[in-house]
Ligand binder design. Structure first.
Ligand SMILES: [Zn+2]
Length: 115
């Protein structure tokens, strides 16, 4: 899925998740081995997507690895929906991530890994 296609999907899912007040930028992930620079296009090798946000603006950057599509986008937007009011994201929790993936499956279906 191309970045312009992801931007079109972003508009749709922002409405579904009531995130229209957010200014959200999509960046294609550029893999780095260390910690990614906040709000850049950098993404850690273990991640398929990540989101940075500033609740007071409200601005967000969603970084999506090449080969990822709507499922990853909606998963990242759920982080924003559920945590976007906080200054810092929740500490990584595999059970929480699985729950977000389940909710994403309910919204968009299972990820299509062929795109
Ligand atoms: Zn996540």
């Amino acid at each position: 899925m191309t970045v312009p296609q992801l931007r079109r999907e972003l508009k749709k899912w922002q409405a579904v998740l009531s995130l229209q007040n957010w200014r959200i930028q999509i960046k294609r992930g550029r893999e780095v081995s260390g910690a990614p620079v906040p709000f850049s296009d950098e993404i850690n090798e273990e991640c398929v997507g990540l989101t940075w946000w500033m609740p007071e603006s409200p601005n967000a950057v969603v970084v999506i690895r090449k080969g990822q599509g709507v499922h990853t986008l909606v998963h990242e937007l759920l982080h924003l929906r559920l945590e976007g009011h906080k200054e810092t994201p929740l500490k990584y929790d595999p059970n929480y991530e699985r729950a977000l993936n389940h909710l994403t499956d309910c919204l968009v279906g299972k990820p299509d890994l062929t795109v």
